[in-house]
Design a protein around this ligand. Structure first.
Ligand SMILES: Nc1ncnc2c1ncn2[C@@H]1O[C@H](COP(=O)(O)OP(=O)(O)O)[C@@H](O)[C@H]1O
Ligand SMILES: O=C(CO)[C@H](O)[C@H](O)COP(=O)(O)O
Length: 541
């Protein structure tokens, strides 16, 4: 094996993974290590950047060893990560983001909703930068979280030397460069990518004036396109920890959903990336739509210029809880122990067992809708990200009976997947109302791997679902950043066309089952509406 080879690192909510690829996108090996999370009642989710970096280093070392590749054959390295907020002190050591003051807990995970109140105040002030985040800031973004830190942990906020999006922390840990990616700062920190600047009046208005007065020294002064080579490549210390060569080029990073987008939307060589919507289905679900012109769709995050595909605008929708919502549904069901025992016997995760059991019972795939019976699930356990931008939305389940058996659990599992699929359909319809609907959706993420899942999502959304040939599209997107940083490809778009290739296509079910989904989607909308009405009726109690 002559190479060149490129390594991609993906840090999701639950694990750090690494994959090694050749120059046409063939995956040679991948490995993962779980990362630790502290969850607390309320909306608290915290992690440790030391633990994350350790899991990254172990994953890279293991994957390179498994592939049998020599370090000098690896010509580039790229990182993506969930959009969590990392805080370091002036000596670049972890600084606590936690009311426990535990220094190990220096990462506010993206799904942490502690900054709801701060987000509401920012939205009420209505600054024009909000036009570029879908009209409303989300408590999952970084400026409400920074304001929470200033208001609740003022000493630590003042002591902080750097606030990073996790992907930028990882490239700093690898190279020592404080340069931020245009992806992270535009999507989560209100950087105006189309004007190449921060808006000081926003930071002054919301009460984070010091960040502007110090000229953004703690949140990013140098901002570059994803894949731009950083510093002098891998530092000696990082190279040793990763088992790679010092100086190996490292590209500016991406948010994980955006790496899924980059890994997939260039795969159709006959059309541009703007025709295909990326859909990243993991802990959360993210819709990644590119366009030549900006589209202002209320509740759909963006439009962000050049935040994913260089030169194109990105509109990002999705649901905060997707795979996580389905895992929660399973864990609440009386038959969870039986399902787990069956999965253990089959040496599978419970989700993998359930999807393969559904496929065994319905080999034609689309008839699985009959297994869901009359159960309709709006799986908004962590609010509605799009198209309502409503973090207070809650989940609704209808069609429950006194059944407690395994088949009933399977019904909830399938209905939960349809709920995720109807959320996708709703976002596509919101975009269609702005003449901006995709021709097809190309999927990535850990929850989207099986044929059954792709078919169920095609049936529920009413749009063809495509896969790419690579089994790890998010890791592929990260590795592309290393490929571009190495200079092996002329541009990220060239790299996307060369490394990513369309695999299978799943058409939405024909008339018979489409009728089921039309009716179920109407029921889904009615339940979602009922949740809003009930919350209004009960809000003063
Ligand atoms: N067959 C499946 N059905 C439903 N959910 C699944 C399935 N396989 C994986 N998941 C969910 O996908 C999520 C993990 O996706 P992955 O992309 O690997 O992680 P992350 O979102 O942390 O990057 C978990 O919430 C897991 O429960
Ligand atoms: O906000 C996001 C992208 O903009 C992601 O949902 C978040 O980063 C978590 O991703 P994952 O589900 O892969 O852990």
């Amino acid at each position: 094996m002559a190479g060149p080879f490129f390594v991609g690192v993906d840090v999701g909510t639950g694990s750090a993974r690494a994959g090694i690829f050749d120059a046409v996108g063939t995956l040679l090996a991948s490995r993962k290590h779980d990362i630790r999370m502290w969850r607390e009642t309320g909306e608290i989710a915290e992690q440790s950047s030391v633990n994350i970096w350790d899991a990254v280093c172990r994953s890279v070392r293991d994957c390179v060893a498994q592939a049998g590749v020599q370090a000098d054959q690896i010509k580039g390295l790229g990182f993506d990560a969930a959009c969590s907020l990392v805080m370091l002190d002036g000596q670049m050591q972890p600084l606590s983001v936690s009311l426990t003051k535990d220094a190990e807990r220096n990462v506010i995970v993206w799904m942490d909703h502690r900054a709801m109140d701060q987000a509401e105040r920012i939205n009420a002030a209505g600054h024009r930068v909000l036009d570029y985040v879908g009209g409303r800031i989300s408590p999952e973004m970084q400026t409400p979280k920074l304001l929470w830190l200033k208001e609740n942990l003022p000493e630590n906020f003042a002591l902080a030397g750097q606030f990073f999006d996790l992907a930028d922390f990882l490239t700093w840990a690898a190279t020592g460069s404080l340069t931020r990616s245009a992806c992270t700062v535009a999507c989560k920190w209100t950087y105006l990518g189309h004007e190449d600047r921060w808006d000081s009046s926003y930071f002054r208005q919301i009460g984070l004036e010091e960040l502007a007065s110090e000229d953004y020294a703690r949140i990013g002064q140098t901002i570059v396109a994803p894949g731009t080579p950083l510093g002098n490549g891998l530092s000696d210390a990082a190279a040793k920890a990763l088992g790679l060569r010092p100086g190996t080029p490292v590209g500016a990073g991406l948010i994980d959903a955006h790496a899924g987008g980059i890994g997939t939307v260039g795969a159709d060589k006959d059309s541009g990336p703007e025709v295909m919507m990326g859909y990243v289905f993991g802990t959360s679900a993210c819709t990644m739509a590119s366009s030549v012109q900006p589209h202002f769709v209320s509740g759909v995050w963006g439009p962000y210029y050049s935040a994913m595909v260089p030169g194109l605008w990105l509109s990002e929708g999705g649901q905060s809880a997707a795979g996580e919502a389905i895992a929660h549904l399973i864990s609440c069901h009386p038959a969870r122990a039986e399902a787990q025992a069956r999965a253990d016997a089959a040496n599978q995760t419970v989700q993998a067992y359930l999807i393969s059991e559904a496929q065994r019972r319905c080999p034609d795939l689309s008839s699985a809708v009959t297994m869901a019976g009359a159960r309709i699930i709006v799986p908004e356990f962590l609010g509605n990200r799009a198209p309502y931008a409503d973090p207070h939305a809650t989940a609704v389940v209808s069609g429950l009976t006194l059944e407690t058996g395994f088949d009933d659990l399977l019904a909830s599992y399938i209905a939960g997947i349809f709920g995720v699929g109807y959320g996708l359909r709703q976002i596509i319809e919101a975009q269609r109302a702005h003449d901006f609907a995709p021709h097809a959706v190309v999927i990535s993420g850990g929850a989207g791997e099986s044929d059954m899942m792709k078919q169920l999502l095609a049936d529920a959304s009413g749009v063809p679902i495509l896969s790419i040939t690579c089994p790890e599209p998010v890791l592929l997107g990260a590795a592309m950043l290393g490929g571009v940083a190495s200079g092996h490809y002329g541009s990220l778009q060239d790299c996307m066309k060369t490394m990513s290739h369309i695999g299978k296509r799943f058409e939405p079910a024909g008339e018979g089952f489409a009728r089921h989904h039309d009716a179920r989607f109407k029921a889904y909308l009615a339940l979602q509406h009922a949740d809003r009405d009930l919350r209004t009726a009960l809000k003063d109690l």
